[in-house]
Design a protein around this ligand. Structure first.
Ligand code: GDP
Length: 446
């Protein structure tokens, strides 16, 4: 997301870089360009105006600084103002003093509520909570079933009305669910409600009734970011109709422009709490305005990467691999390499992971070319090796290589290439480790 905006802003700042000091005319021209870039990204006009006014005022007040050149100072201001319009501080669920904490999801049909219910439940489990999902969407055929499937994938229990789909009273279901949660000691209840294709009275009334019955601690408005400014309008209608505490943006993976993300918090005055960026249950994260701003400015999202890595990486295994490298007790083997690669891939497609690294913007083309199939091939080759071969590539003679190629459905030349690259990469890593450097991934495919 934000691809065009990122490129446009990069151009604006590039133009400033050569200037030793900025005149009022330079600042005016820069503001004009930023304004166009934001409007092209489909950002709400009112938000753009406010943003430009704030950046301009602060830019005119820039004093000569030893540390930063004028272009860096403007980047800093733009970054800070972006953080402000994105909502400032990150905010997640506020848990009730007395459990269960009740979270109600509201939004249009297809916004991604049911999927989100699963993502949120999985995330809460990771945070050591015991969530219960509640199927209060009794309108859409199959909605209960869909939630049950999602619940199963997330490993959480789903409370649904008894005889099954399409019948029952969503208000009663929601109320019963909370009693059930109290009895069974679930500490968070997530109520999935029905959506409609458009805003209508009945929908709002039903959501309002559920809200009144369960008295939720948090009402989350779930909205598809791909619908751009319509997301902002829908948010306003829901805020007027039922009121909510926070926004969840879904389908950010399909939203190239980013207008909804950049407008919604400011327009409705409610924080964006979570962001969804894919169909998988793991494609979900707490929304961090500061990280999003630096991503828009192409500074990369190092923090998200580190946090994800911490969650995904098996600390024990990583430490063992690191020790091998640093202490030289045993040589880093293809088995270790396979382990590291698999851990990295657990975080998501490699192109996505590398895309979050700082400076990734410059290597966008190379990153887009990362071929997951090539990585699959590497995994297949290593899988076809015996443990002894993985441990010591030196024993890989011609006949072993032929057997491995056959077993992994590749060519001997593929096996040779992998072994050669691995040996080269290991040499480099050993040199780095010798110099006190950090262990890293050995040579990935170019
Ligand atoms: P609901 O009607 O609000 O419950 O919406 P669903 O949860 O059924 O989602 C509608 C469709 O959007 C489904 O096909 C989901 O797989 C898909 N979806 C949900 N969230 C995301 C997301 O973050 N990214 C993408 N690409 N698809 C999503």
């Amino acid at each position: 997301m934000f691809d065009t905006l990122q490129d446009r802003l990069a151009d604006v700042f590039k133009g400033l870089r050569s200037k030793g000091r900025l005149t009022a005319a330079d600042i005016d021209a820069t503001m004009r360009e930023i304004r166009i870039a934001l409007l092209e990204a489909d950002v709400n006009l009112g938000v753009v105006k406010e943003f430009i006014a704030a950046v301009k005022e602060r830019s005119l007040g820039i004093e000569l600084s030893k540390a930063l050149n004028p272009s860096q100072q403007i980047i800093k201001i733009v970054n800070e103002e972006l953080v402000t319009i994105l909502g400032g501080e990150a905010r997640t669920i506020r848990f009730a003093k007395r459990p269960p904490t009740v979270i109600m999801l509201a939004g249009l049909q297809g916004a991604g509520k049911t999927t989100l219910a699963g993502k949120l439940a999985k995330w809460l489990r990771g945070e050591k909570h015991a969530p219960l999902l509640v199927a209060a969407d009794l309108q859409r055929p199959n909605a209960v079933n869909q939630l049950q499937i999602v619940g199963e994938r997330a490993g959480v229990h789903v409370f649904a009305p008894e005889p099954g789909n399409g019948v029952g009273d969503p208000v009663k279901v929601a109320r019963d669910a909370i009693e059930h949660a109290q009895r069974r000691l679930y500490d968070v209840v997530i109520v999935d409600t029905a959506g409609r294709l458009g805003i209508d009275e009945t929908l709002m009334q039903q959501a309002a009734d559920i809200k009144a019955a369960v008295n939720p601690d948090e009402v989350l408005f779930v909205v598809d970011a791909m619908i751009g400014q319509d997301a902002v309008n829908t948010a306003k209608a829901f805020e007027d109709g039922i009121g909510f505490d926070g926004v969840v943006l879904t389908k950010l993976d399909g939203d190239a422009r980013g207008g909804a993300a950049l407008s919604i918090a400011k327009v409705v005055g409610k924080p964006i709490m979570f962001a969804s960026n894919g169909e998988g249950l793991g494609d979900f994260d707490v929304f961090h305005p500061d990280r999003m701003a630096s991503r828009i400015l192409g500074m990369g999202d190092v923090l998200t990467l580190i946090e994800q890595a911490e969650k995904t990486f098996d600390a024990e295994q990583s430490r063992a691999a690191a020790e091998k490298l640093m202490g030289g007790r045993a040589k880093f083997s293809l088995q270790d390499f396979l382990g590291q690669m698999q851990q990295l891939r657990k975080m998501g497609p490699l192109s996505k992971i590398f895309g979050m690294l700082p400076g990734a913007g410059q290597f966008k083309d190379a990153i887009n070319e990362i071929d997951e199939k090539e990585v699959d091939r590497i995994e297949a080759i290593i899988h076809s090796m015996t443990p002894a071969e993985r441990d010591d590539v030196a024993i890989l003679n011609g006949s072993r290589r032929a057997r491995i190629a056959k077993g992994s459905g590749t060519q001997v030349s593929d096996v040779n290439q992998l072994v050669n690259r691995f040996v080269e990469a290991r040499k480099m890593m050993e040199r780095m480790a010798g110099g006190g450097g950090m262990p890293g991934m050995p040579g990935m495919p170019p």
